[in-house]
Design a protein around this ligand. Structure first.
Ligand SMILES: Cc1cc2nc3c(=O)[nH]c(=O)nc-3n(C[C@H](O)[C@H](O)[C@H](O)COP(=O)(O)OP(=O)(O)OC[C@H]3O[C@@H](n4cnc5c(N)ncnc54)[C@H](O)[C@@H]3O)c2cc1C
Ligand SMILES: NC(=O)c1ccc[n+]([C@@H]2O[C@H](COP(=O)([O-])OP(=O)(O)OC[C@H]3O[C@@H](n4cnc5c(N)ncnc54)[C@H](O)[C@@H]3O)[C@@H](O)[C@H]2O)c1
Length: 451
């Protein structure tokens, strides 16, 4: 059994682990990098990037259908899942090899297999022992375990992204990011869609009024919602159909595919963290403001597996990585993350976005709240794309003119929200934004009219 010593061992090659490994290796340290799956992490291989290829297809079909008889005269387009999958592979296929090669060119030693702590300064990777002065854990997240009978029939998001055909009826469990992004594409491709949500609202982190506006529009596009629903089991019939049984419903929902969109949890179960004396809990690996674990100071954690109190998104993982890289070998720990205001976007069709406080939180914390909001489906910028839904809600402190939160729905909401994130990070007031000349005609130029 071999054993090697490194300055730093990094677990996970996603946006956070990969970045830290590269920065520290470039600073001259001896670095090992381990992943249990192909190199590249969730975002590049099984998350943000491949997902966006699918969303682009759904948006394209949507825009063509909306423009029928207005912008164009023949809207006969369809999604070919086999072709779409092949196009997605153009982006994902080269990642693993290119990434690993690039890590090795930076002098990083790469290891494949599940990493497990055997002591506070040693991990085991399929029989090889790696000891280190520092460890960076960036093992990300995984879908939450589902506890009902027949959960093995549920397709996870990474498996969904490998499908080359889509059945006539698809059921999504949960009405969060993953379900609502995929559901929009599947519906635009012509399949029936049912979303089963345990709560009374989908997309819980977004503005409820805009979510209602979006939900009404999704219903018009044939997406069916079962709210406040509890799945008690899934059966597979002899002909391959799945039957989803809900509490308080006599007949099961019959479909060809059930997709997991019921939340993700930190991917830490296999790490044997207790053997490494690493404090952790349900929300992930404990970290202080320097991204360091309080019970094993050799260990730092970043991204989706870290209990950093932040949304589990790539920009957060990147910021964690920036800070961990500064602190890992620093004699004085002083760098802390500057997350600013993290913009959130669900790439629904059209997209919904949010930054800063919700209306409820702004009301609780501010006596001088002004709420600017409207349904802007009839605005020229929106109608020029063909009819769709759009709206906004902007929260302002009427005394200081500070922007407290911004919530957008509609074409380009995914881009426009970052203007608000920038304004809020650098304390621009509502008047500052309103007095800025934005290029016209663009969705950004609508911001002046919103304020
Ligand atoms: C379908 C989907 C779509 C998403 N879309 C977006 C989006 O549009 N925008 C956005 O900001 N975020 C999105 N996310 C979230 C985003 O992917 C994550 O926040 C981000 O990837 C987290 O990065 P990370 O560095 O924490 O680790 P990850 O990217 O999760 O990578 C972790 C790596 O660790 C490896 N690993 C796990 N356990 C071990 C072990 N024991 N030993 C060795 N290696 C291990 C894994 O194989 C993996 O490669 C999406 C997620 C999903 C699932
Ligand atoms: N655009 C993006 O930034 C993006 C896209 C995809 C994923 N992500 C990340 O991945 C995470 C996971 O995504 P997700 O969509 O799986 O989770 P989510 O947390 O966004 O939503 C999960 C939903 O499932 C519901 N739910 C949970 N268990 C259920 C059950 N048994 N039956 C019915 N409903 C149930 C919840 O009430 C919730 O509405 C996100 O929180 C986000 O951090 C981000």
């Amino acid at each position: 059994m071999s054993s090697e010593h490194f300055d730093l061992v990094v677990l996970g090659t996603g946006p956070s682990g990969g970045t830290v490994a590269t920065k520290i290796a470039k600073a001259g340290k001896r670095v090992a990098l381990v992943d249990s799956r192909t190199f590249g992490g969730v975002c590049a291989l099984r998350g943000c990037n491949p997902k966006k290829v699918y969303v682009n297809a759904g948006q394209l079909v949507d825009q063509i259908h909306r423009g029928d008889g207005k912008l164009i005269s023949d809207a006969s387009v369809k999604i070919d899942w086999k072709q779409l999958h092949a196009f997605k592979m153009e982006f994902t296929q080269p990642v693993a090899e290119k990434k690993e090669q690039s890590f090795q060119e930076d002098g990083i030693e790469t290891f494949h297999g599940v990493a497990r702590f055997v002591s506070p300064d040693t991990i085991d990777v399929v029989g090889t022992k790696l000891t280190a002065d520092r460890f960076l854990i960036g093992t990300g997240g995984r879908p939450r375990e589902l506890s009902f009978d027949g959960a093995e029939h549920v397709t996870r998001s990474d498996e969904f992204l490998e499908l080359e055909s889509m059945p006539e009826h698809v059921v999504f469990i949960g009405g969060g990011y993953i379900s609502m992004e995929f559901a929009g594409v599947v519906a635009r491709a012509g399949s029936r869609v049912t979303v089963i949500e345990m709560n009374n609202q989908i997309l819980s982190g977004f503005d409820p009024d805009l979510v209602n506006q979006l939900t009404d529009s999704l219903r018009e596009h044939g997406i069916r919602f079962q709210m406040n629903a509890e799945i008690i089991g899934i059966d597979k019939s002899a002909d391959g159909h799945l039957q989803v049984h809900l509490a308080n419903e006599q007949s099961p929902i019959v479909c060809g595919l059930v997709v997991h969109g019921a939340g993700r949890v930190p991917n830490i179960d296999e790490l044997c963290l207790s053997q490494g004396e690493i404090e952790h809990g349900e929300k992930g690996i404990a970290v202080n403001q320097f991204m360091q674990n309080p019970t094993n100071p050799r260990v730092f954690a970043t991204g989706d597996c870290a209990d950093n109190g932040m949304p589990r998104l790539t920009p957060v993982a990147n910021e964690d990585a920036r800070i961990a890289a500064k602190n890992l070998f620093s004699e004085t720990l002083e760098r802390t993350p500057d997350y600013g205001q993290v913009p959130k976007v669900a790439f629904t069709i059209p997209s919904i976005a949010s930054v800063g406080l919700s209306e409820e939180a702004a009301r609780d914390s501010n006596d001088n709240l002004t709420v600017l909001s409207d349904d802007i489906s009839s605005w020229g910028s929106v109608r020029k794309t063909g009819p769709t839904v759009a709206g906004y809600k902007i929260l302002i402190d009427s005394k200081t003119d500070a922007i407290l939160g911004a919530h957008l729905l509609g074409p380009s909401a995914e881009e426009t929200i970052s203007l608000f994130a920038l304004a809020m990070k650098f304390n621009l007031t509502a008047t500052d934004m309103k007095s800025t000349l934005f290029a016209f005609p663009t969705f950004a130029s609508d911001v002046r009219s919103m304020l």
